[in-house]
Design a binder for this molecule. Sequence first.
Ligand code: ASP
Length: 334
Amino acid sequence: MVPLSRRELIVGGGGLLAVAAARRAGAQEPPAVPAEAPTLPAVLSTWSHGGPANEAAWAVLAAGGSALDAVEAGVRVSEADPKVRSVGYGGLPNEEGVVQLDACIMRGSDRNAGAVAGLERVKHPISVARRVMEKTRHLLLVGDGARRFAVAQGFPEEDLLTPESKATWEKWKAEQAAKSGGGAPGKEPPDAHDTIGMVAVDARGDVAAACTTSGLAWKLPGRVGDSPLVGHGLYADSRVGGAASTGVGEEVIRVCGSFVVVEEMRRGRTPQEACEEACRRILERTAGKPAGQVAFIALRKDGVTGAACLREGFVYHLRTAAGNPQRPGTVVRG
Ligand code: ASP
């Protein structure tokens, strides 16, 4: 390979790879240096509620804390916020009016993880997931077993259905009952699938990811989506970077979405190209007609990011020393 000049070496991860790719392709001139060089530490998360969650994660990272501690602290903000009706307390319930939560946390240094699915009555499933990783020889606990484990670990039990979410569910139930002969399924509320997925790289270069959700609104009791599944809702590998997804979990699971994103980055694709590839796999499988929105975010270990989605409307936040801007994901159309 053609040796790179010192100027090229100080460009930073994204620029460096782009320069190397251009050289391999025999380009005459190296591409322009990106305006914003990536910096570490960094934390990336889905949707607008990722903004305040990033701030909590950033407080950990800026104090020299680990990426693992940062992502747990970060997503707990969305879990506790009753206005975020797709995560934790105040999340929209299942078909029977019961809030069932899914979460997973993954440490990129050793690829260990912990997860819970269908967890009821515990506000912070991400912290229960971390205990599964740290206190058991298992990775994923579900349903009543997960709840009993959480209680044994000292997590309080509480009612997670807020009056607002209960009212939204009752309205949906009434609409369903009004349909004679079983019409089309009721319209989803606009915040039916806004899981928080978060990826962080700390000052030591370690990567971690977290994902926590109440899942699709009005889901069948016991339904589990992508969020608590390693390689689907999230993946972290400190040698490469991390990824997380949001949207219709069934579509993500069928293509091993977050694993695809990280593996594509490992193969040399940029985080943006890797997220677009995962979206394209869903579009290919569904002949361009996916069941709904899906989005991926990716953070490479050098701080370069990517985000792609199937439909307009997806936004994400990136927190670095330079700020916490909200950006739209790039829509992939096939
Ligand atoms: N991916 C989640 C699920 O399918 C939904 C979401 O993104 O809110 O459970």
